[in-house]
Write a protein of this length. Structure first.
Length: 365
């Protein structure tokens, strides 16, 4: 088997279904398996997978094992030559694995491969390519200054070596993941992807950023940026630093100071507020399935989108490929238009104003 795609899920039932649809399209011409590992969700995630995607391997944990332990659990049963760790709040184009697997096959020094991320409004997400973290750069990051934390020297559309990749999309050889002993299970949430990337470098491998593939990472759906997030993030950085660098009294003092300073940091504003913009359905496959009290219009082309008026553009994955959806969002990205995706054979829309918002699920029937 060529590839095992591993999706760790926790209470993101609707985002998971959209992700599964895009992953299935991207693996339809590749010998692949899809493994969903659920960390004791209280929503209908598991029943949705069982009923709608019986071919998907489903692991139902009775407790939340965290990111590292659960992904390791899934890789242990994976049969693919390559494994891809992917978040449930992502949408990938149809040629994702074809491109990245061909690239990976050409590299004898392959460590981990990542790709270009954008949020649900088409904004580039710089965390998909990062530098080796330092105490200073990590502190600046939570203060909103990511210049040293992110690998800004690499163009977002470039294919290049980068030190650190993000766990929302990581592809590598199955046997290499096991050679690394998987994710360090001392990291429960945050930092495990940094640690794995760093250990790949220490094994004299090269991590690659593949900017020729763009995926959507809604991000805010599964990560709310509050003070608890910052505390967990810096605890993870402390664990990483103590593991890979020499710790002394001064560094411990710095971490103590930073952790005590966290209450002074403003949390990122998040919202679950439903959009009140006008809904524009671009070439929907069926008008009869739309049952909304809201005002909405059907349009047949992008040229019919009104200028200078805020609206929600609905992209139907029955009528459009995921590549076309991602390209459309990227092309039309601006502060007047937001986007929602209508997954095939469903009665809901998914979108996000930007990476700081928690994501929006709108039921249309």
């Amino acid at each position: 088997m060529r590839l095992s795609v591993i999706i760790l899920s926790y209470n993101v039932r609707y985002f998971l279904e959209l992700c599964l649809q895009s992953v299935k399209k991207a693996t339809c011409e590749i010998p692949a398996e899809i493994i969903v590992i659920d960390n004791n969700s209280s929503d209908e995630s598991c029943s949705m997978v069982r009923n709608n995607y019986p071919e998907v391997i489903l692991i139902e944990n009775k407790v939340n094992l965290g990111f590292s332990r659960a992904n390791n659990q899934a890789v242990n049963i994976a049969n693919g030559e390559y494994v891809c760790i992917i978040n449930p709040d992502t949408v990938i184009p149809e040629d994702t694995f074809k491109k990245i697997l061909n690239f990976s096959d050409s590299k004898n020094d392959l460590g981990i491969v990542g790709c270009r991320f954008m949020d649900g409004s088409g904004n580039f997400l710089p965390e998909c390519k990062r530098n080796k973290p330092t105490l200073f750069s990590a502190f600046l990051k939570i203060m909103g200054i990511g210049r040293n934390y992110y690998a800004i020297g690499v163009n977002e559309k470039q294919i290049a070596e980068v030190p650190i990749l993000t766990g929302a999309f990581m592809l590598m050889k199955n046997n290499f993941f096991k050679e690394l002993c998987g994710f360090d299970e001392n990291f429960f949430m945050y930092g495990e992807d940094i640690d794995l990337s760093f250990r790949a470098l220490k094994m004299n491998k090269i991590n690659y950023y593949y900017g020729d593939v763009t995926i959507i990472h809604f991000k805010g759906e599964s990560t709310i940026k509050n003070k608890e997030y910052y505390k967990r993030f810096f605890k993870a950085m402390e664990l990483f630093y103590n593991k890979h660098y020499i710790s002394n009294f001064l560094t411990k003092l710095v971490f103590k100071f930073i952790l005590k300073s966290l209450p002074l940091i403003n949390s990122t504003k998040t919202s679950n507020k439903k959009s009140e913009k006008e809904l524009l359905f671009l070439n929907p496959h069926s008008n009869s399935l739309i049952h909304l009290n809201n005002n909405y219009k059907i349009i047949s082309s992008k040229e019919q989108i009104p200028k200078h008026i805020s609206c929600d553009l609905v992209l139907d994955s029955t009528s459009l490929t995921f590549t076309e959806i991602i390209n459309t969002i990227s092309e039309l990205s601006n502060n007047k238009i937001s986007f929602k995706i209508w997954p095939k054979k469903t009665s809901f829309l998914i979108g996000s104003e930007n990476s700081y918002y928690s994501g929006d699920v709108l039921h249309i029937s």
